[in-house]
Design a protein around this ligand. Structure first.
Ligand code: AHR
Length: 513
């Protein structure tokens, strides 16, 4: 009897350490949606060591290999991610930035104070030419965030003319005098940043009217490939903001509506980046998964004013935000990056892919040494974070055809609260390969997912996985390769059913043909 009870308890234990999930993957005969590669964009602000020490180490640095001061190890790593666009120079910094401070001979550029980020000296040695030439080196499209709060319409219009005009004009003349003949043809322009906060504490109605004025002069006359203007968007669930902008701004003046949402536990109690407990993990994931509701609700408002979905929802700041690493400047926002961040990245990108009819651009905050970075540097050392590896695994979705994947997930529970354990998305690339990305956020339970495939007959499946022993694991300069993707053997195809076993807190990307 004792043995029977013991076996029963053991069986129960085994069963409860598995989650059983079902899903359907549909391959439509006539697919009608592309997942824009611009969803996989990045963000580089003059903040902490993102630009200085991160991207840029100066032309005279002979310890760190560089091209015109830009680190070549970073260029190489970001090229592998295929980063489609890079937002610059902020963030909050953008609304204090006067672009003319950052052109011309470097020793003549004014030194200013970075009032938002640590009150440090900004010598403007990395300016417009440095950034736009770096984008060419990276093979990425620049996204310039214009200063609305402390600049002016003329200043922004001049920047557009300086970067984009091929003919003869005062600004193109100045550009040529500074050594660049051909315009860069910058397409993506932000008009202000967080206008509800650091960008001027405006009301949405005031901002919308100002936007109309600025957007009129950030226009297409210079650029044959078309200007894409992005309005400063809502702070997370501020639906009133999106409503007002969509109502007040005419559709011929706006191509993108921004949204910022950080995965944060509480703004006054963010918790550590590596030594977090399960409750803190759960709360972070709850905030990350809230992106689904945010996109649904902001999109519904946009649908009301723009049923044809001409205006893109641009989530141009997202990611995990924790306490800074002990002993570092609180104004520099330097944090480590663990498997928790891999869970945020994988889940958020799945949400974006699944809403790619409206979400057509996004920017992870930020690329190097700031918040949920893909790269950390320490002088000449560089490491790739778990978030980097998720971004690299997911780049198969860039510009691929969206395939609907609906997952009926079990719950990841903690106390009385629950979250969906498994999320996913799918696409088919130009070469006919189908990719399915799946995330199991449950830190304890392995998940089995049985995917019913409709509309295609695949012959083989292979894959890669990002996982580790502990949720708190992270790459360090001493052990930079503790977490890297490995081959995944947990997927089996049987006719039209794909069975996948995903270990706890793992990200899997499958390829089928
Ligand atoms: O990414 C860090 C900061 O967060 C940005 O400067 C600002 O836009 C946001 O509040």
């Amino acid at each position: 009897m004792k043995n029977t009870i013991l076996s029963f308890l053991l069986l129960l234990g085994t069963l409860s350490s598995y989650g059983q999930n079902t899903a359907t993957l549909t391959v439509p005969a006539k697919p009608d949606r592309i997942i824009s590669r611009h969803i996989y964009g990045h963000f580089a602000e003059h903040l902490g060591r993102c630009i200085y020490g991160g991207f840029y180490v100066g032309e005279n640095n002979n310890k760190i290999p560089n091209k015109d001061g830009v680190r070549l190890d970073v260029v190489d790593a970001l090229k592998k991610l295929k980063i489609p666009n890079l937002r610059w120079p902020g963030g909050c910094f953008a609304d204090t930035y006067h672009w003319k401070d950052g052109i011309g001979p470097k020793d003549k550029r004014p030194t200013i104070v970075n009032t938002w980020w640590g009150g440090v000296t900004e010598n403007n040695s990395f300016g417009t030419h440095d950034f736009l030439n770096m984008c060419e080196l990276l093979g990425t499209e620049p996204y310039l965030a214009g200063n609305m709060a402390t600049g002016g319409v003329q200043e922004l219009a001049d920047w557009v003319q300086y970067t984009n005009f091929a003919g003869v004009s005062p600004m193109s003349k100045l550009r040529r005098e500074n050594g660049r003949d051909k315009p860069w043809n910058v397409k993506y322009w932000g008009i202000g940043n967080e206008a509800w906060g650091c960008g001027g504490n405006m009301t949405p109605e005031y901002y919308a009217n100002e936007y109309r004025k600025y957007a009129t002069f950030v226009s297409d006359w210079t650029n044959s490939s078309g200007i894409f203007r992005i309005a400063s968007g809502a702070n997370s669930a501020d639906y009133n903001w999106t409503e007002a902008i969509m109502r007040i701004v005419p559709k011929n003046l706006i191509e993108g509506m921004a949204l910022h949402h950080y995965s944060v536990i509480k703004w006054d109690k963010k918790g550590p980046s590596t030594t977090f407990n399960e409750q803190q993990y759960f709360s972070t994931m709850k905030s990350a998964l809230f992106m689904e509701e945010l996109i649904q609700k902001h999109s519904a408002i946009m649908d009301k004013y723009d049923p044809e979905k001409k205006v893109a929802l641009v989530v141009d700041e997202w990611g995990g935000w924790y306490d800074v690493e002990p002993g570092t400047n609180p104004g520099f926002l330097y944090q480590q990056n663990t498997m928790r961040d891999a869970m945020i990245a994988g889940s958020t990108l799945n949400i974006f892919n699944n809403h790619s009819d409206r979400v057509r651009m996004a920017n992870l905050a930020q690329a190097i040494n700031v918040l949920q970075a893909v790269i950390l540097t320490d002088e000449e050392k560089m490491l790739l974070t778990p978030t980097y590896h998720v971004m690299e695994m997911y780049n198969v979705h860039q510009d691929a055809t969206y395939l609907p994947l609906t997952v009926k997930s079990t719950d990841y529970t903690l106390g009385n609260e629950k979250l969906t354990a498994v999320n996913g998305s799918a696409s088919k690339d130009k070469n006919g390969l189908t990719h399915v990305s799946l995330v199991n956020i449950d830190p304890k339970k392995k998940q089995e997912v049985s995917i019913n495939i409709e509309g295609a007959n695949y012959k083989s499946v292979s894959g890669r996985i990002l996982s580790s022993k502990n949720l708190q694991d992270h790459n360090t300069f001493a052990k930079p390769n503790l977490i890297t993707p490995t081959a995944f053997k947990g997927a089996k195809l049987k006719g039209n059913t794909l069975n996948v076993e995903i270990p706890p807190f793992s990200v899997v990307v499958l390829e089928m043909k």
